[in-house]
Design a protein around this ligand. Structure first.
Ligand SMILES: CC(C)(COP(=O)(O)OP(=O)(O)OC[C@H]1O[C@@H](n2cnc3c(N)ncnc32)[C@H](O)[C@@H]1OP(=O)(O)O)[C@@H](O)C(=O)NCCC(=O)NCCS
Length: 149
């Protein structure tokens, strides 16, 4: 059974292992912990009571930015990332979001395909935005500007 819950700072211990397992370059504890507070809208996904994914976003004056979304690798490819993203879009719309923004590594094709299939489109590319030295890659900035039912 899938459950979508608001994600609070008290859930940090549940999401940090998912963050570390899912991302090649995970956020630090401090970075994650800085993303709780009034302007944030964060969500947690449980599968039969087990935490399997989460998202972190903010919402300012109708603009929502999706800052992080991930599903534990053991649970990827089963539709949960799409379900989480749709929960994010619905919840943020309910709180007043009218436009959605995110940025993603150019190499992250699974995420880009997911975003495109839910109405996001590239509006800008920042060259060599991520990484250091020779190991650099572009950031793709995507937006979703139309209203939805
Ligand atoms: C991106 C992510 C959240 C997707 O979660 P998921 O549960 O695996 O995704 P789903 O099973 O719901 O698939 C949704 C869509 O994503 C895309 N997708 C998922 N895996 C893919 C893959 N290996 N290759 C290409 N596209 C893929 C497809 O468009 C898929 O839709 P479809 O099944 O109709 O073809 C997950 O891969 C993840 O956590 N990645 C690591 C963290 C990350 O990169 N987050 C995004 C940047 S912050």
């Amino acid at each position: 059974m899938l459950e979508f819950l608001p994600l609070t700072e008290a859930d940090f211990a549940l999401i940090y292992p998912i963050e570390q397992a899912a991302h090649r370059w995970p956020w630090s504890k401090a970075n994650l912990l800085s993303c709780f507070g009034p302007r944030y809208l964060n969500g947690l996904l449980l599968q039969s009571g087990q935490p399997v994914g989460f998202y972190i976003s903010d919402l300012v004056a109708g603009d929502s930015s999706l800052m992080n979304i991930c599903v534990h690798p053991d649970w990827q490819g089963k539709g949960l990332g799409r379900a989480l993203l749709l929960d994010y879009l619905e919840r943020s719309k309910g709180k007043g979001a009218e436009a959605w923004f995110l940025e993603v590594r150019a190499s992250n094709q699974p995420a880009i395909a997911l975003y495109e299939s839910t109405g996001f489109a590239e509006y800008c590319r920042r060259e060599d935005y991520y990484g250091t030295g020779n190991d650099r890659e572009d950031a793709i900035l995507m937006s979703r500007l139309f209203a939805f039912n």
